[in-house]
Design a protein around this ligand. Structure first.
Ligand code: NAP
Length: 482
């Protein structure tokens, strides 16, 4: 075994053992760059998930009671194992997901940073002593791990989306049952292999692949699963929130976005173009925080569109493992067809293709990065998440108009603005109804900050000190007669 195959696991990890589905069923996993089958994973369902939940429940008391420094030393080892194997883990990620190798290496590194960050934050999971209103009483507020956590993650960041959940959960002593996306299961299963290697106790980390409905159904039904944390589409997130009601689970939801990217006349044009490039095209436009709608002010509009189109046309497209490639294939044909539909809707309503405009000559799921000018609010992408390399540029005149158009969506994940006017930056922070705002930055994800949305983009935060809080219950004890 060498390279990415070192970390390719074709089983599920339940109670410290690698196992197949009970009935032996499996699913093929393909490389989107060439359609080749990389391997198979088990098609597990309800029975296997119930066993994983039982294992996590049995492991929980011991894991939560483990001395803090002993538990955190496992996270430190996990961090080091990720970085020691960064190249192989990144290649595995690229092979199953398609993103360029440099982005995959970055994803492994930020995953490792989440592990280190939460291992540090867990040492500060402090309670408090609150002054009592009457004499003789003492009021103590304490923090406790929520218990068994169910995790469901998407294909676009198959490693780091799990990192942001696993790291805080394990740091505070929760045990885990996780289901990675079916399109990209290996980066998820690699976390189990790493956890096994560094010595997490059996049952602390369980990772299963297979039927989303059956696995999630078992997690949602069982009362022992005290928290569910999901990253994915708003549609599925809403369904999980409904299902969580029956056992009143704590929920964290990282859902869809529709990020506006505002460029004002006073912006540094080159900085705005570079910010738009990274925000729009990272991961082939398949991130929840990708610029979905670019709004440029009338005075800078033509120059911005021209430079954005120039930079877009210069990107190298191909297999993410090839040297110099900055755009890989899209995840599947469904994703390509969705972008085509949005493009046809827009051009039918008067949008103008400046560069790109269709499938790439490489075939398969490769798509030309596309810049559209003359976008308007009646086009479907004004409301829908594009999730592909399509950059529509809208025109606006006033700041108030830009803020109103930016907020005209059910989503509220990330927003960006380029301006050199400091007072405007403050007004934008207050006026934009988004959980995360980048002013003169197109890349804002970092372990120290709370990542998460408002409105239909979700509930809860990942990263920052808030990301640890989501895995803790707050209790209070009143001691009387002191
Ligand atoms: P998705 O279809 O919602 O799938 C996400 C996960 O949910 C996968 O593991 C999937 O399993 C599972 N799933 C599908 N149907 C389910 C059901 N009925 N019950 C329970 N689980 C179910 O989303 P996606 O297409 O993979 O990911 C793209 C979406 O994720 C976009 O909307 C994006 O904005 C969002 N996202 C948000 C964030 C954030 O932090 N806010 C980050 C990344 C992505 P299968 O793979 O087996 O179908």
């Amino acid at each position: 075994m060498s390279g990415y195959q070192t970390w390719l696991r074709e089983g599920n990890f339940i109670d410290g053992a690698w196992v197949g589905a009970d009935d032996g069923a499996s699913i093929d996993v393909t490389n989107p760059a060439n359609g080749e089958v990389i391997g198979t994973v088990p098609k597990a369902g309800e029975a296997e998930t119930l066993r994983a939940i039982d294992a996590a429940q049995a492991a929980f008391p011991g894991f939560a009671d483990m001395a803090l420094m002993e538990r955190l030393s496992l996270l430190w080892k996990l961090h080091d194992a990720l970085m020691d194997n960064q190249a192989d883990l990144a290649e595995l990620l690229t092979v199953e997901m398609g993103k360029p190798l440099a982005e995959a290496k970055g994803e492994i590194a930020i995953g490792a940073q989440y592990v280190r960050w939460f291992a540090e934050e867990a040492r500060r999971a402090k309670g408090e002593i609150v002054p009592a209103g009457v004499n003789g009483r003492r009021i103590l507020v304490t923090k406790h791990p929520v218990g068994v956590v169910g995790m469901i993650t998407p294909w676009n960041f198959p490693s780091s989306m799990l990192a942001r959940k696993l790291a805080p959960a394990l740091a505070v002593g929760c045990t885990v049952v996780a289901k990675p996306a079916t399109a990209t299961p290996y980066s998820g299963l690699a976390w189990a292999a790493l956890a096994e290697e560094v010595g997490f106790p059996n049952g602390a980390v369980n990772i299963l692949t297979g039927s989303a409905r059956a696995i999630a159904g078992a997690m949602m039904a069982r009362p022992e699963v005290r928290k569910i944390t999901f990253t994915g589409s708003t549609e599925v997130g809403k369904e999980l929130i409904r299902q969580s009601a029956d056992t009143v689970k704590k929920v964290s939801m990282e859902l869809g976005g529709n990020a506006p990217f505002l460029v004002f006349d006073d912006a540094d044009l080159e900085a705005a173009v570079q910010g738009a490039m990274v925000s729009k095209y990272r991961n082939m436009g398949q991130t929840c925080v990708c610029a979905n709608r670019i709004y440029a002010q009338a005075g800078i509009y033509d120059a911005f569109v021209a430079r954005l189109a120039e930079e877009t046309a210069a990107m190298k497209i191909g297999d993410g493992r090839d040297e110099g490639v900055v755009q890989g294939p899209m995840i599947d044909m469904g994703a390509v067809e969705k972008v085509e539909e949005l493009l046809a809707d827009a051009t039918g309503k008067g949008a103008r293709v400046v560069t790109g405009g269709g499938r790439h000559e490489l075939g398969g799921t490769y798509f030309q990065p596309t810049v559209l000018a003359d976008a308007t609010q009646d086009m479907a992408f004004a409301q829908e998440e594009i999730f592909g390399p399509l950059a529509p540029v809208f025109k606006f005149d006033t700041e108030a108009e830009a803020i109103a158009m930016a907020n005209d969506t059910v989503y509220g994940l990330a927003a960006y603005a380029y301006t050199t006017d400091l007072a405007r930056a403050f007004r934008l922070n207050e006026g934009l109804k988004y959980g995360m705002i980048g002013i003169n930055s197109g890349l804002i994800t970092t372990v120290e900050a709370p990542f998460g949305g408002v409105k239909e983009s979700g509930l809860g935060k990942e990263g920052g000190s808030q990301g640890l809080e989501d895995y803790l219950e707050t209790k209070y004890v009143c001691i009387d007669g002191v």
